[in-house]
Design a protein around this ligand. Structure first.
Ligand SMILES: C[S@@+](CC[C@H](N)C(=O)[O-])C[C@H]1O[C@@H](n2cnc3c(N)ncnc32)[C@H](O)[C@@H]1O
Length: 377
């Protein structure tokens, strides 16, 4: 596997001009450069022939469960809608709208906030194939400007894909990662932390005192703050569900996690080197849910719950939905295997968490009713 030559050349030219790129800038270009980035240019990303699968791609039961929460809150809202960050291949949208159509509870509109024109095309194609009659409910935006909604906001595997910074503790000071080049090779170098980054690191660590071991490397995502503020501006009344792989800050910054949480994936194989396969591999970092929750509180959201994915889906009745569905011949066994993949602790059930935030809504939620460990944030 080699890098995308054009993107590699573009990056080295850019570095020659400015000397170095912040790690987040490098990650942003490799993933989202409009012409050459991984999400904007790669032919197949999701599914067996792509690089990875996400929960909605694995099974429609996931979207059917989230629909239960939408139905639950929609009774207390005037014109309830759904907004999804990063629509992927539209699997989540399709499973939710199919279910909500059957239940006679369609949203006023379903907004997808998506940065990749190529993925927007894929989403449109898949929606036209599966539910052409509902295409007119769907709106695409590439940011939250001028979006104003009441309803349910969902971010599944969105925050992990936001360009992050990496920091290192050298025993005395925190340093930040930059990417530079020499003899046309990319390499990581470390430079001083800014005041703004230092402040954000305090929010990411939270109330607990933390002494990092020497040469400890981890991630600090400066994008979280912007997105939490933007969501606050866009949602009037409703619920936000952030679902992703991640930890609270105590687990995130475990002493033993000396190399951080950054992970690259290509063809269903993961590794930890972001400087290879440029433009051909995904790069992501685990989500620091304490950091997100601390920012949410600063922005006057109510933190309603922090649970494992499996607990939340069980609260939403995933087993009953599975049992009551009609399947053809051996489909039920196949679906059971998918269910295990989503729920069991050794697969996606525990490593994936859900953070549920509320704004101006009193309704008791289904997804957080039991097994809630908000106190661990
Ligand atoms: C890992 S994929 C997850 C896709 C989908 N949510 C799923 O679970 O299958 C990340 C998605 O977020 C989109 N994305 C990443 N950064 C974005 C941004 N700043 N604005 C809008 N979409 C973004 C990507 O293009 C992609 O659709």
């Amino acid at each position: 596997m080699t890098s995308n030559k054009h993107l590699y050349r573009y990056l080295t030219e850019k570095i020659k001009k400015s000397g170095k790129l912040q790690f987040s800038e490098f990650m942003n270009e490799t993933l989202y450069n409009l012409d050459l980035g991984y999400y904007t240019n790669k032919e197949k990303i999701f599914g067996k022939e792509g690089d990875f699968v996400t929960t909605p791609v694995i099974s429609s039961l996931f979207g059917e469960c989230l629909s239960e929460e939408f139905i639950n809150i929609s009774h207390s809202l005037k014109e309830p809608s759904i907004l999804e960050f990063g629509g992927g291949d539209a699997s989540l949208l399709i499973s939710m709208l199919k279910k909500l159509q059957k239940q006679n509870c369609l949203p006023g509109k379903y907004i997808i906030v998506e940065i990749s024109p190529r993925l927007i095309e894929l989403q449109k194609k898949n929606i036209k194939k599966e539910i052409p009659e509902l295409l007119n409910l769907v709106e695409w935006r590439n940011n939250l400007d001028e979006v104003s909604i009441d309803g349910l906001i969902i971010a599944n595997e969105f925050f992990d894909s936001l360009p992050t910074e990496r920091f290192k503790y050298d025993g005395n000071n925190f340093l930040m990662s930059y990417i530079t080049e020499s003899d046309d090779n990319l390499k990581e170098v470390w430079d001083k932390i800014t005041d703004e980054q230092n402040k954000e690191l305090e929010i990411a660590i939270g109330a607990r005192n933390k002494v990092f071991p020497k040469n400890y490397v981890s991630e600090l995502n400066m994008e979280y703050k912007k997105w939490v503020q933007r969501i606050n501006k866009s949602i009037n009344n409703g619920v936000i569900m952030i679902i992703d792989y991640g930890y609270n800050s105590q687990e995130y910054f475990l002493d033993d996690r000396m190399e951080g949480t950054l992970v690259c994936i290509h063809n269903h194989q993961s590794h930890f080197d972001p400087l290879i396969n440029i433009g051909r591999q995904d790069i992501s970092s685990f989500v620091n849910f304490s950091h997100l929750s601390n920012l949410a509180v600063k922005n006057d959201f109510l933190v309603d719950g922090y649970l494992s994915q499996s607990s939340s889906l069980l609260n939403l009745g995933i087993l009953e939905i599975y049992e009551n569905k009609e399947y053809e011949s051996d489909q039920k066994v196949m679906e059971l295997n998918k269910l295990k993949n989503i729920l069991l602790p050794n697969t996606m059930g525990e490593i994936f968490k859900i953070l549920v935030l509320k704004k101006n809504i009193n309704k008791k939620l289904l997804s957080t009713k039991e097994f809630n460990y908000t106190h661990k944030l």
